[in-house]
Design a protein around this ligand. Structure first.
Ligand SMILES: Nc1ncnc2c1ncn2[C@@H]1O[C@H](COP(=O)(O)OP(=O)(O)OP(=O)(O)O)[C@@H](O)[C@H]1O
Length: 290
């Protein structure tokens, strides 16, 4: 297999194997492996500094890992080794889109314009990269109509259609977050990576976000998210992977992970020598609930 593509179908969309990332003397990620299934929401959680953003940055090409392999398998069966692709080809070829912890919209452009900018590449291709093409080619007109159609579709899904002509910067915070997700969806990703999408949202905005993320999944796009808000993680994730100090400490369904003594200990900040005691207590509580 090379950084080009091969054809092999399977229902794992993302496979991370033996990933390590060193920053000088710090091993931020140490021999980390996990898989994300196609059509599922996978959440990557862990205490502050556990290495979640570093994993994301390796998947989306911002960092080149020190070691390890990251394989993206598209619906067609085509595979890409993300650690070998230049970062600008990851969205285009591998069809992996991402959002960031901080909002990165064009606040002076309208909501709709933000979604059209996201489709700039497809529009330029349809123009034949010429001014005449922009002005007269039927292919350009068709591509422009499709771009507007796609933008309207996602604005409906995100409950933002009524704000289509308003400047993006005028939207409330939660609506801006949903608009960023729409913008990523307009690039037609197979895997959507979201870095703390619920950060700073009020409970109503959080619910609207959950609805949007579920509808994205139900339409066939797989999601990988980093999230601190456990109510979001537990309500919408199909699969949860837990990192601590750059290593995986748990992996399974939300129910499995939330009852895993190692996860509870990691979040409570329990020292290693106290772990047996915590495990004993958690097992006693779990036993009492059965
Ligand atoms: N570019 C960098 N250079 C040096 N150290 C880094 C760099 N990026 C991350 N680190 C270190 O790697 C470790 C993991 O950081 P990372 O941001 O991935 O954790 P995180 O789980 O995303 O944390 P948080 O939940 O606080 O966002 C930390 O110790 C951090 O200081």
């Amino acid at each position: 297999m090379t950084s080009g593509n091969t054809t092999m179908s399977n229902d794992t969309i993302l496979k991370v194997e033996h990933l390590s990332m060193r920053f000088g003397g710090l091993m931020a990620i140490n021999d980390f492996s996990f898989e994300a299934k196609r059509g599922e929401i996978t959440a990557l959680i862990g205490p502050n500094g556990a290495g979640k953003t570093t994993v994301f940055n390796c998947i989306t090409g911002f960092y080149r890992p020190t070691m390890g392999m990251i394989t993206l398998t598209q619906k067609s069966g085509d595979q890409y080794l993300l650690e070998r692709l230049p970062d600008f080809e990851i969205p285009k070829k591998a069809k992996v889109a991402r959002t960031f912890q901080n909002i990165r919209l064009f606040s002076g452009l309208t909501v709709l314009e933000n979604l059209l900018v996201a489709q700039h590449n497809a529009l330029m291709k349809a123009s034949g990269y010429t001014v005449l093409g922009l002005l007269g080619l039927p292919a350009y007109k068709k591509a422009a109509d499709e771009a507007i159609e796609k933008a309207r579709y996602w604005l409906e899904k995100a409950d933002l259609i009524d704000r289509a002509d308003d400047p993006a910067g005028d939207l409330p915070y939660g609506a801006q977050r949903r608009l960023e997700i729409c913008r990523a969806m307009c690039t037609g990703p197979e895997l959507l990576c979201l870095d703390e999408p619920a950060a700073g949202l009020n409970p109503k905005e959080s619910l609207a976000l959950n609805t949007l993320l579920r509808s994205i999944r139900d339409e066939g796009t797989s999601l990988l998210l980093i999230e601190h808000d456990m109510s979001v993680v537990m309500q919408i994730s199909d699969h949860v992977v837990v990192l601590e100090y750059g290593q995986k400490i748990s992996d399974g369904t939300p129910d499995h992970v939330k009852n895993d003594p190692k996860v509870i200990a990691a979040y409570l900040g329990v020292e290693d020598e106290e772990l047996d005691e915590v495990i004993h207590e958690v097992e006693a509580i779990a036993g009492g609930n059965n």
